[in-house]
Structures are given as structure tokens and as C-alpha cells.
Write a protein that binds this ligand. Sequence first.
Ligand code: SF4
Ligand code: F3S
Length: 104
Amino acid sequence: AYVVTDNCIRCKFMDCVAVCPVDCFYEGENMLVINPDECIDCGVCEPECPAAAIAADTAPEAGPWIALNAQYAALWPNIAEKKEPPADAAQWMDVADKFESAFS
Ligand code: SF4
Ligand code: F3S
């Protein structure tokens, strides 16, 4: 499956949602995750993310995010349509260590 990584935090552009053929994104307050049981590995979402936040679960940067995507996909509501990104989304692009601010 593909996974959403920390680059999504507080960016949440949701271009990924618009292209996913199986609607397997789930929405938290600050980021999205992918349900690994529903993702069909089509790879369509990966190049669509302006923040380069999506990776295959075989990619090195996916490591810690694999379990987190599975965990939160079970808790958060499904999102099938793109909404307005946060007003300050662009400011959060390329910020490091966003995990702390989103999950603490
Ligand atoms: Fe959806 Fe395909 Fe991305 Fe999986 S890889 S989340 S099925 S668009
Ligand atoms: Fe996040 Fe990128 Fe989708 S910032 S919401 S993974 S388009």
C-alpha cells in the first residue's frame, strides 16, 4: 500500500483525495492517512501531492508511517472529496519535524 508521511501535516492539500479511485483516504485534523487494506497500489496519488507526502510502503521514508496509517485509518472518518486546504498550508511545506506539533 501507499502511505501518507509527515510532509502532509498541516499542509493537507487533499489533491490525493481527488484522484484516488477507491476513496481510501481518512481525515484527521492535521493530516490524512491511507487505509492499507483498501489501497490498491495504483500509485496515482503519489505525484499529485504538492508536498510530496505520499510514498510506497517500500520506500525508506515510509517506515514509521506504515503503522500510523493503519492505526488512524481505523479511527478517522473517510474523506472522498477534496476540500479547501488550510489557509497557511503553503507555510508548512518543507518544515521539518511536524510530527511533534500534530500529535502532541
Ligand atoms: Fe488510492 Fe491508489 Fe493512492 Fe492507494 S495508491 S491511496 S488506491 S490513489
Ligand atoms: Fe496530504 Fe498531500 Fe494529500 S499534503 S492531503 S497527502 S495531497
